[in-house]
Design a protein around this ligand. Structure first.
Ligand code: ADP
Ligand code: MG
Length: 404
């Protein structure tokens, strides 16, 4: 059962509160897993493992489980290379159970595997995006999916920002609905960032592009006291402050946006911290990084990580924070020589035991996992785009659909 403290905002029910015994329960999962290039070998099964608590809970209560997921971008066509077959095999292995995989997302084959289900068994529909109606949120397809179940459970936070047939459209045709364990934890923790949080609330933004993050930056101005900026994105902000950034990655067409943002932040009395020094190299494969002050960056070098003084400055701010949201690596963390800033930020979050610490974004989640610190923060979101939209205060269609 759910912990006693668990009460989801907006009256959303937790799966443990739904009358699932002997019922057909559709569970929207996010099994969009990566594969070893050119093979059917799953390279990271974290998204499958993440759903095990919900599935084990439902099996234990004798539900008849119908799983729906997308995989890749087959664009509404049946493409065998995007079949969920390897995923069904992996899940069967993890649960030590047989899993029936339908040969299509909807239709006679799907209806057959669902009607053959007994209590505590699992059937999986084929890749939902084989049907054009999924991404189009087509009403006929939504009704078809709804006809396979009595109860709807969403455990796919990573696709909650999309209004598709399986995340939004079908829900209104199902009597009972609720959130699975993954979804419930995401809603519970991320909602806290939208309410009254302990101050100072510090946001750390990094990663590659200002254009990807400008909306979240703007929205955070009304919530946070300090915004810390690193990564390639910082170069565009440094350029906006009139610095010459050598051969660093800069979005020339976003310099004006960055300038405007800095002006808005100053009006909102939100402190914006930019790097004071950076690690530079000839290119990302250069293995001898040089720490350079942003005031005199060599013309022919690229900023690929934040420098030691910047790390010290960012760490000091993060040690004082009582709420932290972090999205986007501080450098090209995929290469060891440019991972120092990102690892330092991860450590600063892990060491701050007084703060609510939340990490969102695909690469940021990978970075904190790589640093071995994922279990030392309050929450690492399973959704990249979805978590960014959520912290902006956007009502995600996949969550809105779960409200009574
Ligand atoms: P997230 O997925 O966490 O939202 P992003 O996708 O925005 O993060 O950004 C991650 C990417 O940004 C990484 O691939 C990283 O290598 C790149 N990056 C970070 N800093 C730099 C930099 N200074 N120069 C070039 N690329 C960078
Ligand atoms: Mg990314």
């Amino acid at each position: 059962m759910a912990p006693a403290t668990l009460a989801l905002p907006g009256g959303i029910k937790h799966v443990s509160e739904l009358p699932v015994e002997g019922k057909r329960v559709f569970v929207r999962v996010d099994y969009n897993v990566p594969f070893v290039k050119g093979t059917k070998t799953i390279s990271d099964d974290a998204r499958i493992r993440a759903t095990l608590p919900t599935l084990q809970h439902l099996i234990g209560r004798g539900a008849r489980i119908v799983l729906g997921s997308h995989l890749g971008r087959p664009d509404g066509q049946v493409k065998p290379e995007f079949s969920l077959e390897p995923v069904a095999v992996k899940l069967a292995e993890l649960l030590s159970l047989d899993i029936a995989l339908a040969d299509e997302p909807a239709g006679d084959g799907a209806r057959k595997v669902v009607s053959d289900l007994r209590d505590g068994q699992i059937a999986m529909l084929e890749n939902l995006r084989f049907a054009p109606g999924e991404e189009a949120n087509d009403d006929i397809f939504a009704r078809q999916l709804a006809s396979y179940c009595d109860i709807y459970v969403n455990d796919a936070f990573g696709t909650a920002h999309r209004a598709h047939a399986s995340t939004a459209g079908m829900v209104k045709y199902v009597g009972e609905k609720g959130a699975g364990f993954v979804m419930a934890k995401e809603i519970e923790v991320l909602s806290r960032l939208l309410g009254e949080v302990d101050r100072p609330y510090v946001a750390v933004l990094g990663g590659s592009k200002v254009s990807d993050k400008i909306e979240v930056l703007d929205a955070l101005l009304t919530r946070v006291q300090t915004i810390v900026i690193g990564g390639a994105m910082a170069n565009t902000f440094l350029a906006a402050e009139g610095r010459s950034v050598g051969k660093s990655k800069v979005e020339v067409d976003k310099v004006a946006v960055a300038k405007n943002f800095l002006r808005k932040a100053s009006m909102a009395k939100v402190a914006v911290l930019l790097p004071v020094d950076v690690l530079t190299g000839d290119g990302i494969d250069d293995t001898s990084p040089l720490a350079e002050k942003v005031e005199h960056l060599s013309e022919h070098r690229m900023a690929l990580d934040i420098g030691p003084q910047t790390i010290a400055k960012f760490r000091a701010v993060l040690a004082e924070a009582r709420t932290v949201f972090w999205n986007g690596p501080m450098g090209v963390f995929e290469k060891e020589q440019w991972a120092h800033g990102t690892v330092a930020v991860a450590r600063a979050l892990a060491e701050n035991k007084l703060a609510l610490t939340v990490v969102g974004g695909g690469d940021s989640a990978a970075a904190i996992a790589q640093a071995g610190l994922a279990d030392k923060v309050t929450h690492v979101s399973t959704g990249g785009g979805a978590s960014l939209e959520f912290v902006q205060g956007i009502d995600l269609p996949g969550i809105a659909a779960l409200r009574p």
